[in-house]
Write a protein that binds this ligand. Structure first.
Ligand SMILES: Nc1ncnc2c1ncn2[C@@H]1O[C@H](COP(=O)(O)OS(=O)(=O)O)[C@@H](OP(=O)(O)O)[C@H]1O
Length: 353
């Protein structure tokens, strides 16, 4: 009985051992397949972050990837590229500044240029040179806020307040007197109306009282244009340009026609590419005219990206006599600017009505 029992249990034991080794094999195979699936999934999920840490990516990959990250369009969005660190990249001081003018189309120019593989734009206005607190932080503070870029890329920062701040030209020159300076100029009357519209709509949002444009630009006691009103003062381009030309020769500047930037961005961008000595890369295929917005928007991987709603607001209709007065007022100031920069723009009333 015992022997029989013993031999039976041995046979049973052999079967059990056989079965359990089979099961073990199955479990191991299953585990291996599971691990392979997990590894494949993991690889796909972390690939972008791997790209950030390793140098497998070439220039084009970086541009494509950084572009794919950018979705926000507002002024406060702190650039996609500043979050990304590629091997062989560093934070560089700007090689080009878009210094103005406020409401000239500086955001459009910066965002459009940022599509160029050789440009790394800092999307936030830094106010480094015009704000004492920022300026006192020093150049390294400023540099550390710039996006990562390859050494052959150009870092671009835009703060339109630089153009009208008297202290800025000297400070910029102390950083780099060979820096390239871009000024987006716009018909000064249109620019003043746009400036007013921005302040007016901010007041509307806060439920604060606001004055009519006509009452602000014309001094009711004299009937003259009020030159001290900020929207007018900022449009007196030659006065601001005079300060800049004390520190930089004319060849350091490129003047973008802001009115034409709205109509034909590619033409204006081509000129900027030439000025920056970078290849002509931005073409009509990078833009699409958006009928609803009334402006060109960028095309990124087939997706349309327009500027924020604060760009392209409807302007108030200004009384014709006031408009006449403004155009007459600005004419000699414009002429002074044209002489100064050896370039003219069509800013007549006839052209703009
Ligand atoms: N493609 C495109 N889309 C939208 N808006 C465009 C575009 N190109 C130029 N503009 C014009 O840019 C004007 C705003 O200028 P800025 O970006 O320099 O303004 S700001 O100083 O930074 O506030 C803004 O002025 P307003 O029309 O008065 O709002 C636009 O006319």
């Amino acid at each position: 009985m015992t022997a029989g029992f013993a031999s039976c249990s041995r046979a049973e034991h052999t079967v059990v051992t056989h079965v359990s080794s089979l099961t073990r094999l199955k479990v191991v195979t299953l585990l291996a397949s599971f691990l392979t699936v997990v590894l494949i999934l993991l690889f796909h999920c972390v690939q972008p972050s791997l790209l950030q840490q390793t140098a497998w990516c070439c220039h084009a990959d970086m541009v494509a990837y950084t572009r794919s990250l950018s979705t926000a369009t507002d002024d406060t969005h702190n650039g996609k590229a500043s979050r990304i660190r590629y091997k062989h990249t560093q934070r560089h001081l700007p090689g080009c500044l878009i210094i103005g003018v406020r409401k000239g189309g500086t955001r459009a120019l910066l965002e459009f240029l940022n599509m160029h593989p050789m440009i790394q734009a800092h999307r936030k206005e830094m106010h480094y040179f015009d704000n004492m607190d920022n300026y006192s932080n020093g150049l390294d503070w400023y540099r550390k806020r710039m996006p990562y870029s390859f050494s052959d890329q150009i870092t671009v920062e835009k703060t339109p307040a630089y153009f009208t701040s008297e202290l800025v030209p000297e400070r910029v020159c102390r950083m780099n007197c060979s820096i390239k300076l871009v000024v987006v100029l716009r018909n000064p009357v249109e620019r003043a109306i746009s400036d007013y519209t921005q302040i007016h709509s901010n007041k509307l949002v806060r439920g604060r009282p606001h004055d009519l444009f006509e009452d602000l630009v014309i001094d009711s006691s004299t009937g003259e244009v009020r030159q001290t009103y900020n929207a007018i003062r900022r449009s007196l381009y030659h006065r601001h340009m005079e300060h800049w030309l004390r520190w930089f020769p004319l060849e350091r500047f490129h003047f973008v026609d802001g009115d034409n930037l709205i109509r034909d961005p590619v033409a204006e961008l081509r000129r900027v590419e030439t000025f920056l000595h970078i290849e002509h890369k931005l073409t009509h295929s990078d833009f699409r005219f958006n009928e609803t917005k009334g402006f060109y928007c960028m095309l990124e991987d087939g997706r349309e990206r327009c500027l924020a709603h604060s760009k392209g607001r409807a302007h108030p209709k200004v009384d014709m006599p006031v408009l006449h007065k403004l155009y007459t007022f600005f004419q000699p100031h414009n002429d002074k600017l044209f002489q100064m920069i050896k370039q003219t723009f069509n800013w007549s009333l006839a052209e703009n009505n």
